[in-house]
Design a protein around this ligand. Sequence first.
Ligand SMILES: *[C@@H]1O[C@H](CO)[C@@H](O)[C@H](O)[C@H]1NC(C)=O
Ligand SMILES: *[C@@H]1O[C@H](CO)[C@@H](O)[C@H](O)[C@H]1NC(C)=O
Ligand SMILES: *[C@@H]1O[C@H](CO)[C@@H](O)[C@H](O)[C@H]1NC(C)=O
Ligand SMILES: *[C@@H]1O[C@H](CO)[C@@H](O)[C@H](O)[C@H]1NC(C)=O
Length: 418
Amino acid sequence: MASMGLVGMIAILVLGLVLPNFQVLGQFDTDQAMEQAKGVATGNGGPGVEAFNVLDYGAKADGKTPSSINFIRAFKAACNHPGKAMLVIPEGEFVVGSILLSGPCTCEAPLMVQVSGTVLPQGNTVTAEGAEWITFQSIDGLIVSGKGTFNGQGEKSWKPKCKGCSRQPASLKFIKVNDAIINGIHSLNAKGFHFMISICNNLRIDDVNITAPADSPNTDGIHMSKTNNVRISNSRIGTGDDCVGIIHGSTNITIENIDCGPGHGISIGSLGHYDSEADVFGITVRNCSFTDTDNGARIKTYKTDSPSKASGIIFEDLVMKHVKNPILIDQEYGKRGSSQHSKVSIQDVQFSNIRGTSASKVAVDLICSAAIPCKGISLKDINLQFEGTGQASIPFSSNCTNVKVSYSGIQNPPPCPP
Ligand SMILES: *[C@@H]1O[C@H](CO)[C@@H](O)[C@H](O)[C@H]1NC(C)=O
Ligand SMILES: *[C@@H]1O[C@H](CO)[C@@H](O)[C@H](O)[C@H]1NC(C)=O
Ligand SMILES: *[C@@H]1O[C@H](CO)[C@@H](O)[C@H](O)[C@H]1NC(C)=O
Ligand SMILES: *[C@@H]1O[C@H](CO)[C@@H](O)[C@H](O)[C@H]1NC(C)=O
């Protein structure tokens, strides 16, 4: 008996030690999770899933009763459930203030969130300094999926661009979230960024809609930093700032099949904003269209002393429709008059198969730093036409400053003189 007890105890100890390890070691199969996400959208999380409906935790779908605490309670219950769990936001309008939905979760990963209803912010409550609207934090394995809408009602608080204004809260923030799928949802009129992603690894964002007016200030569609391995695909992004903004420490990012516009294009940067920024590398932007945007494919860095490197960047198969700056490297971003030169090194950037129309005469504008000229910049098959009412005296042209470009295939506008 004593030895059985000992064996049993050892078994429990071993299980106790090994099981959590299994979960950590268990590979997150992104493709399988994408399939699962389609089920989650319709409330089908698979066999053995326990649903945690916010209504059962006292939330009211009446578009006026504050339900923050109810959302948090339902989330906590799902997060701590000993099995597969799905948080359900059903149809109806829910009013929710600034909430933190934080793990670590002990449920079986991935935690599922079905969004069918509309989530509205609570009044005009000013969130705490630096707080966003809805934050998902410290979750390994997450699926957020559905036809629901996060309506930030930014139109109630947007002010015209002003210097020194504090950033408005992002609608959805993901921080320290790994292995996640965001699928199908709609972000409307965020106060600040629509999606803010930081310190995450392995994220897939598919089939989302992001909508805000062209003149809404600082409403980046998807803004990311310090994040590795992201794929954004099959989405429609129209907003008042960058459709996608990729800043310091972003690596292995693929963006494909996106319709961008209105907005400021797909931007790498601004880089060189903070003191010690991690490098950006491995960025591919492919098969995207830009309609009436300020920029198409853009890399921008500030004129500061903070050094970093942006490299291994591919912009390919892009269609420009009446875009002001279809191809732009701008290392004189902000403080244009400053005598400082950007210390961000831009290397190995390919612009390939980019066609359509430019709303400005200088359709290819490559302004590199006088301190660190760009290296390894290549343009292949660029076929743009001018469409607009520019000064007749200015030719349809390219500007290359502090950069030697290697050209191949069609070049319209004509290349810079060697
Ligand atoms: C996103 O936009 C597409 C195309 O307009 C539409 O069919 C779809 O229903 C929208 N989805 C949501 C969640 O709003
Ligand atoms: C980026 O992807 C490459 C190739 O898949 C991989 O070798 C590298 O480790 C990734 N970078 C990071 C920071 O994980
Ligand atoms: C390119 O993107 C569009 C949607 O923006 C999509 O319909 C099309 O299938 C994509 N083509 C390829 C080759 O991926
Ligand atoms: C090219 O851009 C630089 C930097 O903005 C500017 O100073 C210069 O005048 C431009 N050259 C032409 C020909 O437009």
